[in-house]
Design a protein around this ligand. Structure first.
Ligand code: EPU
Length: 429
């Protein structure tokens, strides 16, 4: 069993370099199949979700060449299928971006219902509503979604009933090569949406307004291959910022876009942490006791739900009583609370609200990573706790954090992995 063994108590100190953004990469990789010629994607994070997507592209017939660990060249021209096989694609949520990308490429897509971290119901009704507005029919059969555009894709005005990252990006992928103008209203505004739009525009698309709640897409006939570098990962950066604060450390987080981190920096500053912004760095210094604060997760530019478990761990060791309100996902996103309680945290959950009474210290314990971000929270808890913490099920963490053990050890953490990471491809056959 793969686990991390962490001896708590070391202050994190030094520099850490942030990888490319997972949630941008997982949309940009499927988007490559919209191109008429090869694309070179740089700053790709070396994480298992990305490896799975690369594997899917290869299985579909794409030619893949890794130029180095973070740069991949993909030639989508040999792809002839409009289907994604279920076996691997079910392991990740983002496989659903192949629906939009395949629709854009060949007006037809057969893709398994998405998997991914389980925090309750994760519907895709808004994706399907968007595809229907663009002229598609769809059906569900045996765990597969088939979507076709019998009379071609045509632009449409689509109002999203909830602010959803996935539906916003999936509709963008389908609409870039549709006939006419598509308008997505109440669109999500996350940095990865802007990154996908920039990638598509570099390929020759006409996407405007990404980063606002109204995105306008004029369909074009073809898209060409480009070289494109993925933005830094906002959540990985935020996780190291919180880890630095939790351990009373002094860490410079490098290769970041400070603007994307403002909601996280603001909460840390409210807790008494010093955050110094550079051009592409943030330095986090914590040399005072942490103060309580309240956090409500919101779509961007609000506080990201993907940082909720990590900030909860920090608040567990702050002075006073804090409240977290999770407004994006159901209370399954509090699955880490039982694990943190085993380490001495005092947290009660009522529906979408967690009340956290700060304690003086956490105590090391055997815990598991219930999902990706909750797993990161357990690692932070282990860094802070007295004694040794063993975090199991680290495969969830490695879906989204590149070489987290090496990066933390480089900052002075006492952490090791009890088994070398298997090659994901070996695991999934
Ligand atoms: N929703 C609907 N209908 C839909 C789609 C979404 O009701 O058709 C609801 C969801 O149930 C949820 C809310 O809308 O309550 C937001 O969901 P969203 O579509 O934004 O989430 P997602 O695209 O499935 C992405 C990230 C998640 C991140 C959320 C919110 C990827 C692959 N995943 O998920 O990231 O939590 O946006 O920011 O981009 C993670 O990285 O750990 C992770 C889970």
């Amino acid at each position: 069993m793969d686990k991390y063994v962490i001896k708590g108590g070391s202050r994190l100190n030094g520099d850490v370099i942030i990888s490319g953004a997972k949630n941008a990469a997982v949309a940009i990789l499927p988007a490559v199949i919209l191109s008429d010629s090869p694309c070179r994607i740089e700053n790709i994070p070396d994480i298992s979700d990305v490896k799975i997507l690369i594997h899917i592209l290869k299985e579909m017939g794409g030619e893949i060449e890794y130029l180095d660990r973070h740069t991949v060249e993909i030639d989508p021209r040999p792809i002839e299928t409009e289907a994604v096989s279920a076996q691997i694609a079910r392991q990740i949520r983002a496989s659903y971006y192949f629906i939009g990308a395949l629709l854009g490429r060949c007006r037809k897509a057969v893709v398994p219902l998405p998997g991914g971290c389980n925090f309750g119901v994760r519907p895709i009704d808004q994706h399907l509503k968007g595809f229907a507005a663009l002229g598609c029919d769809y059906s569900l059969d045996n765990g597969m979604i088939s979507v076709t555009a019998p009379d071609d894709l045509h632009g449409a005005s689509i109002y999203l009933d909830v602010v959803t990252v996935g539906a916003t990006m999936n509709i963008m992928l389908a609409a870039v090569k549709a006939r006419g103008l598509t308008i997505i209203e109440n669109a999500a505004r996350e940095p990865h949406i802007v990154d996908l739009a920039n990638f598509l525009n570099t390929m020759g698309a006409d996407v405007r307004g990404a980063g606002t709640d109204t995105i306008k897409i004029h369909g074009v006939q073809s898209l060409r291959g480009v070289t494109y570098s993925i933005i830094p990962d906002q959540i990985e950066a935020g996780t190291y910022m919180v880890a630095a604060a939790a351990t009373g450390g002094d860490v410079t987080v490098k290769n970041v876009t400070p603007k994307h981190l403002e909601s996280i920096s603001a909460k840390l500053e409210e807790m008494g942490v010093t955050v110094e912004e550079g051009d592409d760095t943030v330095r986090v210094i914590c040399n005072k006791p942490l103060r309580k604060c309240n956090v409500k997760t919101m779509p961007h530019p609000g506080f990201p739900t993907d940082m909720q478990p990590q900030i909860a761990t920090l608040l567990s060791v702050a002075h006073g009583t804090s409240m977290i309100n999770e407004s994006i996902w159901e209370n399954n996103r509090f699955k880490y609370v039982d694990e943190l309680r085993r380490m001495g945290a005092q947290i009660t959950v009522d529906g979408k609200v967690a009340i956290i009474e700060g304690v003086d210290h956490l105590k090391g314990a055997p815990v598991r990573a219930p999902d990706l971000r909750a797993g990161a929270a357990m690692v932070i808890a282990g860094l802070v706790a007295e004694g040794t913490t063993v975090v199991e099920d680290v495969k969830y963490i490695e879906r989204g954090y590149e070489r987290i053990v090496e990066k933390l050890a480089g900052l002075g953490a006492d952490i090791y992995r009890s088994q070398e990471p298997e090659e994901v491809m070996d695991k999934i056959g």
